[in-house]
Design a protein around this ligand. Structure first.
Ligand SMILES: Cc1cc2nc3c(=O)[nH]c(=O)nc-3n(C[C@H](O)[C@H](O)[C@H](O)COP(=O)(O)OP(=O)(O)OC[C@H]3O[C@@H](n4cnc5c(N)ncnc54)[C@H](O)[C@@H]3O)c2cc1C
Length: 387
């Protein structure tokens, strides 16, 4: 088993910033082939400090107090200290047609294009919520896509005051918008249906497109921190001003402590505190309209891994019951997609996190023997239902 003084999980901006200040023997672990995380995906030559052992294409599927990380393909890795910088994933909300071909996660389509997917001349509608929609539009437009519009569910009356409150971010926002001259930005707008290449918006307008890219903000990847016993508050890992979690020796930086983007990830990775007001204001500016939770129809899939519809979920009051009766959340993604959806649509609280976090070959499981945590529909660490 490999031993390190420090293991950093996640080679995004937060993990890379941590790697720059970490001393001793350091492992930097990421499931991607290159360092850079989401924002610097595909960027050439992201430097990793010389004292750091970068382990690319390495999935961590379990973590035990002590600290042992169980990985594929390197097996168990031990570290005296752990820095969890696992970033975030997109939040999807179901609407009729959301599982059709050519519907992508907004950041997912961006990642594919950054990795070489051709998009030149394709008509793309970007819909959902948050600043990521603009970043995605800019990437796709640069790659030759025709952006038919950006449908943002938040009202303009919340977005403008938010921007004005943070003048330091304005040049960045203006520069991004300048690259999107001519691309309509519709606020208080969302997709209610997608079928046969046509997206219908809540104002009745229809658009003929090749691709629909959709995402309603970000969900923090807190599973590793939860396996280690770190306390969560409102769904985010609790840290002090130096990034120390409630478990001695475990630090956390970037999106798992609060969705705040690049500047926050860089500051926290370097062990510096970040302005929590920005995180709160961002969340408030792009808070989701509850009308979005009523778009799915009875036949709309909620759990796409196990093909469970809204009508099949509705009789249940808790995720545990729905899991047992319908297999909702028991597929390959282990509820990472449908968990945040069912929380919003039905008010189900997430159940406890269990290894393996991702599908792994069975031979790796024999070295990872964490006793499963008791499952409960009312986990103390669970974020509140949003409705
Ligand atoms: C799909 C997507 C696209 C985005 N695109 C942009 C953009 O273009 N511009 C922008 O400003 N912001 C973007 N963001 C927002 C982004 O979260 C922040 O800007 C910033 O990248 C956060 O840095 P981070 O280091 O906290 O996390 P990340 O950059 O997400 O880095 C976390 C890393 O940890 C790895 N990881 C997580 N769990 C495991 C595990 N169990 N095993 C191994 N590796 C693991 C992930 O693969 C990832 O590489 C995007 C977010 C998402 C989800």
């Amino acid at each position: 088993m490999k031993h390190y003084d420090v293991a950093i999980l996640g080679a995004g901006p937060a993990g890379l910033a941590a790697a720059r200040v970490a001393t001793g023997t350091v492992a930097l672990i990421d499931d991607n082939p290159q360092p850079g995380g989401q924002i610097w995906r595909g960027a050439p030559q992201i430097p990793v400090p010389a004292n750091v052992d970068f382990l690319p294409q390495t999935k961590v599927f379990d973590a035990q107090p002590g600290f042992t990380l169980h990985t594929v393909p390197h097996g168990p890795i031990r570290a005296a200290k752990l820095i969890v910088a696992t970033g975030a994933r997109e939040l999807f909300l179901p609407f009729p047609g959301w599982t059709e071909p050519n519907v992508y996660g907004a950041g997912g389509l961006q990642a594919l294009v950054k990795s070489g997917k051709p998009i030149n001349g394709q008509r793309v509608l970007i819909a959902g919520s948050g600043p990521l929609l603009l970043a995605v539009a800019a990437t796709l437009k640069k790659a030759g896509a025709i952006i038919t519009g950006i449908a943002e569910q938040a009202p303009l009356g919340r977005i403008v005051p938010f921007l004005l409150r943070y003048p330091a971010k304005l040049p960045q926002a203006i520069a991004l918008r300048a690259t999107l001259l001519g691309v309509p930005y519709w606020t208080t707008t969302w997709v209610t249906r997608f079928a046969n290449g046509t997206a219908t918006l809540n104002n009745g307008r229809t658009l003929t497109i090749n691709h629909l890219a959709t995402g309603f903000g970000l969900v923090p990847n807190t599973e590793i921190a939860q396996l280690l016993g770190c306390r969560l508050d409102d769904g985010f890992v609790v840290v002090d001003s130096r990034g120390q979690t409630t478990v001695p020796g475990v630090y956390c930086a970037g999106e798992p402590t609060g969705i705040g983007g690049l500047d926050k990830a860089l500051a926290e990775g370097a062990g510096q505190p970040y302005n929590g007001a920005f995180v709160r204001d961002l969340a408030q500016a792009f808070a989701l309209n509850p009308a979005l939770y009523d778009i799915a129809e009875p036949a709309t899939l909620i759990c796409r891994c196990e093909a469970v519809t809204k009508a099949e979920c509705e009789p249940y009051r808790e995720w545990r019951d729905a899991k047992l009766q319908t297999r909702c959340g028991m597929g390959a993604c282990q509820g990472r997609l449908c968990g945040p959806i069912t929380q919003r649509l039905f008010g189900w609280l997430p159940s406890s996190v269990r290894p393996p976090l991702v599908p792994v070959p069975a031979r790796y499981l024999s070295t990872a023997q964490t006793p499963p945590a008791p499952e409960s529909g009312r986990s103390e660490n669970a974020p509140p239902a949003h409705r």
